[in-house]
Design a protein around this ligand. Sequence first.
Ligand SMILES: C[S@@+](CC[C@H](N)C(=O)[O-])C[C@H]1O[C@@H](n2cnc3c(N)ncnc32)[C@H](O)[C@@H]1O
Length: 339
Amino acid sequence: MRLQKLFSSHMNNESARIFNSAITAPAIAAAFELKILEELKQEGRLCTKQFCQDQNLHQETVAEILRALSYFGITTPISTIDKNIFGPGPNFADVYREKGYFLWLVRGYAHMFQNLSTFARNDERGVSPNFCRNGNFIAKAADDYGATFVDSYFEKMLAEFPFKTAADLGCGSAARLIKLAEKDRQFRGVGVDFDSDSVGLARDTIKAHGLQARLKVLRQDASTLEQCSEFEDIEIIFSFFMGHDLWPHDKCLQAFRYLSVAFPAAKRFLLCDTYRSQMDGVSHIPVFTLGFEFTHAIMGQYIPSISEWLDLFPEAGWKCVNYVNIDIPSSAIFDLRPA
Ligand SMILES: C[S@@+](CC[C@H](N)C(=O)[O-])C[C@H]1O[C@@H](n2cnc3c(N)ncnc32)[C@H](O)[C@@H]1O
């Protein structure tokens, strides 16, 4: 009786839920990477044994991933006889849509979470603000959540204004440039990123699509751009989920002012970013927001509020003619024109 009481208190307390969710988050990221989520979506079922044989995966590991997903109703066993067969659970659709955030968190920031207490000690932090993130996985994750939550808004805004050349600042995998180049054979573009992993990924992906003649990727810091011939005839600049990395205010102001010098032909700048949520003290914080603000605070990276962005644009010589909130919490695309 006493044992049963003790056991049920362990099962129902909030601490157990937090602990189990800390295991399920990496399980979701792994299920995304191993195409377990895709198999469940496409086929409506997954037989662990068969899937592991086909993909050469360690069956016990995959079984535990599926068990962790089941705990949160992401998958569900669908056969009482064969415990190896799973189907999508009631929470599958939500998690499938938001899988990119889990990859971002788990693979992008694993080192930070493993060493959190170290990064809280001033004498052990290190010097670079990007010391603890994995650019390759952050770029891959951004491809997924970008395609799901951002690109329909972006494409609608792009269609308002004809162009043949564009630059993507903080281009990550360069997925947006590749999509534009595949859609229009006249299109030429240049991606800029300061992270060697992202630049490598972008160049490899461009090569795999056979687009090297029309798309270039330069390794440069967007806060201290160098003038170069690739920028001279660029009509549209865009930037996704990098703008906050240029803050604090004075550094970003200088970088944005310089854009019209570096890109003398630019008629438009579409800036998409996540701004400070100002949700302190709210218990139901949406997916992504807490992770975004948490990781950036640890890196010592200031996140501006939307009003701080709107105040900076005219100061930097850009007129904001419109902005559209997108399907990522506290995120918008700002439509800027040279003032
Ligand atoms: C969250 S990822 C987004 C990638 C891509 N724009 C997308 O939406 O899929 C941010 C990217 O900006 C790059 N970045 C951050 N600060 C930068 C800077 N100062 N100069 C150039 N690239 C930067 C990072 O390396 C990373 O690839």
